[in-house]
Every structure is written in structure tokens, then in C-alpha cells.
Design a protein around this ligand. Structure first.
Ligand code: SF4
Length: 432
């Protein structure tokens, strides 16, 4: 692939085919949001779903501050606050939950799916939410399906809430006839505008049937089976992938669609799987790829040669480090991720510079020490670390913005680069 003024090495030739440094494995204090955070983008995507967190006042505050206060719109999420109870009070808690669900559904006849979302307070852990979901589903069938998953901070980091939600959806997908022609399933929440762009590209490539998980509504949920080939759009979907595999679907290995190279490789992996010729592939992708390369050019000037350090947060760290190093000339020093899924990240890890230090898990104090010693130009981290690092004179980028902003695909490549260029630009302006 030709980027403006330079040629990106093909994966088989690139320098990082073998990482020379062993990953640092850490299990210590973590600085991450919990999986409830995912509700803020999941409720926008699945337009007839309601997310009812079964949790504490802390959970309600997190959700309210992450999603913002909706004054004019009726929100499609809420928290049922379960106060401290002993086991004898559980029957009451279930009755209360049933009452809350009945009230929500009476008020919102547009809701077709309701997710009970578990959290970490001990009084919630005592409740069996899968039983509650089955009971409530029976009660409200056929209009509303009630499902459950956990967003607990004990089990999940903030993007894993999406994984748990999508994994809960997989049993809802109808089985496709095993004699059906191959179909493509794109898995992972994408902004509607990005989903529409990809759908147009797959159609232009000639891939007949393309579905997305999650769908925008319950009625649009795709069918799956052994003739389904799926492409992950996000790197944090291990549980969902396992559930799809168990239904006979097969994953198409690919890097993730971040940046020009990532998008081209992701589309090409699907294209190869469906037997699309190289000529047609180029006809469909060349113009958009060229536009995206042009959009990257102006950011390369600011970012090239700058050293970047990733704290573990979104699980997008490895694809982002690949994009920043290969397309913008940045130098990743340490790339920390809460969890490195070796199989799903295989194509990405091979594209990283060979001398990058990977770290998995977190011991925040030790990682802060390494970060200060490395004195990077830019740190990508969660909100909790950004303020103290900024106060210490280190420029930061909030990783959560990378999940809230449409960043996948050709048309968004320039915006993605800009997210990293902006903090450096601000720093330069303040320094004058
Ligand atoms: Fe806090 Fe746990 Fe509730 Fe998340 S689920 S807001 S970590 S109490």
C-alpha cells in the first residue's frame, strides 16, 4: 500500500514480525472504569433496548456522569438501587426488581429488549440476575425480551461491558440454514455513520449478505450458523467471539479497521474470504484510501518522531500503537493493555515495532514510575490518571474519547490522527 510519499511494508516484511521484549505481566492496583460505562454507547446503538443497572448509588452516579444528564430526552438506561440487605431480604429484592421493570415497560412501550446489568456491590452479587431475566422474559413475552449481563468492576474493564452485552445477545440470534451461502457478520459497536460506510463498501465489493452485531433493533438481529464468517470491529470481544464460535460461525483473522492500513487490511481479509479479486478490491477502496492518506499527511508533521506511552484502559492500545507508529511515525515506548488476547491481536502484534515494550494488566504505581522515567511526549490513559500526569507536566490523551468518537474506517482516519495531534498542539500553544 502506498501512503503519500512512502510505502508501508507488507506484513510479511515488516520489522516487528518478532517482538524482542517479553511483555510485562502485572497484577496490582488498576485505574480503570467498570463495564457499566459501555451502556453510554450501547444504548445509542440498540435503539429499542433499555439498560437497567441493578446496583448501588455509586453505579447510578457513574452512569449519570458518564452519559450526561438527559433533560429533554427520555433516557433508555436507569439504575435500580439495591440497598444493603441480608439473604432473607432477597425475595423482596426480586419483587422490587419485577416492580421496577414493570414500571419501566409500562412507561416505555417502544422498548423491545431490556438488559438487567449486574454490578459489584455484594447485595447485587447475591441476586441471581439470569433467573430474574428468565422470569421477567416469560412475564413480558412476546413484546419484550429480558436479558442480563455483568458490568461489575470486579470482572470487567470499561470496554468489556460491550463484550458481555453482545455475548448475551448471541443466544438470541436465530440459526441460519447450514446450506445457505456464506454471509458476513461485522461484530462490535460502530457509530451508525461508520456502519453505513462499511455496508456500502461490502456491497460494492460484491459480498451479498452483510449483517452487524449489535443490530440497531431487536427485529434486525442477524441469523448465524456455520456459513457465517465474522469480522471483529473491536479488539475487546473475546466472550462474544467464543459464543459465536460455539454457534459454528468462523472468525476472519484481520487487523482492526483503524487508520488506512488497518482499514485496508480488514476489508481485504473479508474480501479474500469471499473470493473477491484484487482488481475489484482496488476499484472499491483506492479512492477512499487515497483521501484518508491525504488527511493523515498534515498530522504526520506534528506527530512524527514523538514518543507515546499507553496505560492499560480501552484494549484498543495495540491497534492504536500500530497505527501511530506505522502511519504517523510516532514511537510507542510502552503499550499497556488490560488484557492481550494473543489470537485476536495476532495480526496487530506482528505490525508493531520489534522493540516496543508490551505490558498486560496493571500495577499503577510501577507503571507510573516507568512512565516518568521514559518522559514520553504523549501519554494515553484513563481519566483518573490524566489530571495528575498533566499536573506533572506530561501531555495526555483520554483513552475513553477513542471509544466515544467514530474512529474506524477511511473517512475517520484523519479524525483519529487529530485526536492525538490536538493535545500536542495545545501544549505547544501553552508553551509560547
Ligand atoms: Fe462502582 Fe462496581 Fe458500580 Fe462500577 S459496578 S460503578 S465499579 S460499584
Amino acid at each position: 500500500m502506498t501512503a503519500l510519499g512512502r510505502t508501508l511494508p507488507r506484513p510479511s516484511q515488516q520489522e516487528g514480525a518478532c517482538l524482542t521484549l517479553a511483555p510485562i505481566l502485572e497484577r496490582g492496583q488498576r485505574e480503570v472504569f467498570c463495564g457499566l460505562t459501555g451502556i453510554t454507547w450501547l444504548h445509542r446503538k440498540i435503539q429499542d433496548a433499555f439498560f437497567l443497572v441493578v446496583g448501588s448509588r455509586t453505579c447510578a452516579h457513574l452512569l449519570q456522569s458518564a452519559a450526561g444528564v438527559m433533560i429533554f430526552a427520555e433516557p433508555r438506561f436507569a439504575t435500580a438501587i439495591i440497598e444493603d440487605r441480608d439473604l432473607a431480604g432477597l425475595a423482596d429484592a426480586n419483587e422490587e426488581l419485577d416492580r421496577v421493570v414493570a414500571r419501566v415497560l409500562a412507561r416505555r412501550p417502544d422498548i423491545r429488549m431490556l438488559f438487567l446489568v449486574g454490578s459489584c456491590p455484594s447485595e447485587v452479587i447475591k441476586l441471581d440476575l439470569s433467573r430474574a431475566a428468565a422470569r421477567l422474559s416469560r412475564e413480558h413475552a412476546p413484546d419484550v425480551r429480558v436479558l442480563n449481563y455483568s458490568g461489575s468492576g470486579i470482572e470487567t474493564t470499561f470496554t468489556q461491558g460491550e463484550d458481555a452485552c453482545l455475548a448475551a445477545l448471541v443466544p438470541e440470534l436465530r440459526s441460519i440454514d447450514s446450506r445457505s451461502a456464506l454471509s458476513l457478520l461485522v461484530v462490535g459497536v460502530l457509530a451508525d455513520v461508520v456502519e453505513d460506510q462499511f455496508r456500502r463498501m461490502f456491497t460494492a465489493l460484491g459480498i451479498g449478505r452483510v449483517d452487524f452485531l449489535p443490530a440497531r433493533s431487536r427485529d434486525a438481529l442477524p441469523e448465524i450458523g456455520p456459513s457465517t464468517r465474522y469480522l471483529l470491529a473491536q479488539p475487546f470481544l473475546a466472550e462474544t467471539a467464543r459464543a459465536l464460535d460455539a454457534r459454528g460461525a468462523r472468525r476472519i483473522p484481520a487487523p482492526f479497521p483503524l487508520g488506512v492500513e488497518g482499514t485496508t487490511s480488514w476489508l481485504r481479509a473479508a474480501s479474500d474470504c469471499f473470493g473477491i479479486g484484487e482488481g475489484r478490491f482496488r476499484d472499491v477502496t483506492a479512492m477512499a484510501a487515497h483521501r484518508a492518506e491525504a488527511a493523515l499527511q498534515r498530522h504526520r508533521v506534528r506527530l512524527s518522531g514523538k514518543r507515546v506511552f499507553f496505560f492499560p484502559d480501552s484494549q484498543l492500545e495495540v491497534p492504536l500503537a500500530r497505527f501511530l507508529s506505522r502511519e504517523l511515525g510516532m514511537i510507542p515506548i510502552e503499550v499497556g493493555s488490560p488484557y492481550l488476547h494473543r489470537e485476536h491481536l495476532d495480526e496487530e502484534l506482528r505490525l508493531l515495532p520489534s522493540d516496543v515494550q508490551l505490558s498486560e494488566g496493571q500495577d499503577v504505581e510501577r507503571q507510573l514510575d516507568r512512565c516518568r522515567a521514559a518522559a514520553p511526549d504523549l501519554v494515553v490513559c484513563g481519566l483518573g490518571l490524566a489530571n495528575p500526569l498533566e499536573a506533572a507536566g506530561i501531555t495526555t490523551k483520554w483513552s475513553i474519547e477513542l471509544v466515544f468518537t467514530p474512529v474506524q474506517g477511511y473517512e475517520q482516519a484523519g479524525d483519529l490522527a487529530e485526536l492525538f495531534a490536538r493535545p500536542l498542539q495545545r501544549r505547544d500553544m501553552l508553551a509560547v
